[in-house]
Design a protein around this ligand. Structure first.
Ligand code: ADP
Ligand code: MG
Length: 364
């Protein structure tokens, strides 16, 4: 299969810059997810890789060849869109075979390739049906089948699961991950859904306003978000933030005042950080402990979600929305108050510019 490198990609539509100096190296057989809010430039970047859109500046290298000026068909790439655009009057077989008919492949080889794709996608007994007789998930698999038969070097997916209901999306996530293993292909997958990104990616590219905020494995992004934006975006439920005052610091520790909690000393590198007058303390809902010693900070509870194994409490700390993931059997009630303790070694701290201050060491 193939490596993909993006070098200094810029894109302007008229006067508006929508991609700002994107540099990425994608390894052979990697599953890469571009994730970010609507309008951040994901589709544009994917279309530039596919050759459907021209970059204003920069180069696209596939398998060590500069394809920046190549026609889409010559790039060895196949793209699956959110709307699967199947031909309703053609059978599943003919829908999958379509690109091979266009390429005038001899009939025996065409039949073999369609059969192979149908087998990988478990569509063998649907080949004579029309798309209208299939479920949403099956239709999506036909669209993927149409891209598999071309034996592309790289698969591109643009929000392919957005039109499916939640349960089916979960199933299809697993299907696509299996397909990636079976085909051993390089795949680039675009989504605005951080859960899809976390569950499927080898590495995630977080895009924000046309820029790469961070590029790394799901667990790197979870444990070491480099910016407030990534911290806010990755992880479910979302990270909590408390605005705190920096009190004093040395090179490798920072003491802050957490309102309603007291002083907290954090093992972080302070060199180069913009401490300003206030900083954000980030605490993941799952990194909080319920305490019964009357210490810690107070959380008012509005709503609880009992999931069995865990209970998610939603409410406020210092009048700010706050969420805590607690044991399933925690004795808590809506309208009540609880005391929570935080573990300094698991806290995230963001300077006045929204940049994470690097922790001295952690278990990860
Ligand atoms: N053909 C186009 N002409 C002008 N602006 C465009 C065009 N395509 C996309 N844009 C703009 O570029 C930005 C990024 O769009 P897009 O790549 O579709 O974002 P995403 O897929 O992340 O939602 C948006 O502000 C969008 O309005
Ligand atoms: Mg898009």
């Amino acid at each position: 299969m193939a490596t993909v490198a993006l070098q200094n990609i810029n894109k302007c539509f008229n006067e508006t810059q929508v991609l700002d100096n994107i540099n990425l190296d994608i390894k052979d057989k990697e599953f890469i997810v571009f994730v970010g809010p609507s309008g951040c430039g994901k589709t544009t970047l994917l279309r530039i890789i596919a050759g459907l859109e021209e970059a204003s500046e920069g180069a696209i290298i596939i398998d060590n060849q500069d394809v920046s000026n190549s026609h889409p068909i010559d790039r060895g790439i196949s793209m699956v869109f959110q709307s699967y655009a199947l031909y309703p009057h053609l059978s599943v077989f003919e829908n999958i075979a379509f690109p091979l008919r266009v390429a005038k492949l001899p009939e025996p080889e065409l039949r073999q390739r369609v059969q192979e794709a149908a087998s990988v996608l478990q569509l063998e007994n649907r080949l004579d049906h029309k798309p209208g007789e299939l479920s949403g998930g099956q239709r999506q698999r036909v669209a993927i089948g149409r891209s598999i038969v071309r034996n592309p070097k790289v698969f591109l997916f643009d929000e392919p699961l957005s039109n499916l209901d939640a349960a089916l999306r979960g199933d299809m996530r697993v299907e696509l991950a299996k397909l990636h293993h079976r085909l051993n292909a390089t795949m680039i997958y675009v989504t605005h859904d951080q859960v899809e990104a976390m569950t499927m990616a080898d590495r995630i590219v977080v895009l924000n306003d046309g820029k790469v905020e961070q590029y790394g494995s799901p667990m790197e992004l979870y444990h070491h978000p480099k910016t407030l934006f990534v911290a806010n975006f990755i992880g479910q439920p979302n990270m909590n933030f408390l605005t705190c005052q920096p009190l004093h610091h040395i090179e490798d520790s920072l003491t802050i005042d957490v309102s309603g909690y007291g002083h907290l000393t954090l093992p972080v590198h302070t060199t180069g950080a913009n401490l300003g007058s206030s900083i954000e303390l980030g605490i993941r809902p799952e990194d909080i402990q319920l305490t019964d010693h009357g210490e810690g900070f107070t959380m008012h509870i509005d709503v609880i979600e009992q999931l069995g194994g865990s209970t998610i409490a939603h409410g406020q700390v210092n009048d700010k929305d706050f969420c805590a993931v607690l044991p399933g059997d925690a004795n808590i009630k809506p309208g009540g108050e609880i005391k929570l303790a935080i573990n300094a070694s698991k806290c995230h701290i963001f300077d006045a510019d929204g940049k994470a201050m690097r922790r001295l060491q952690s278990g990860h």
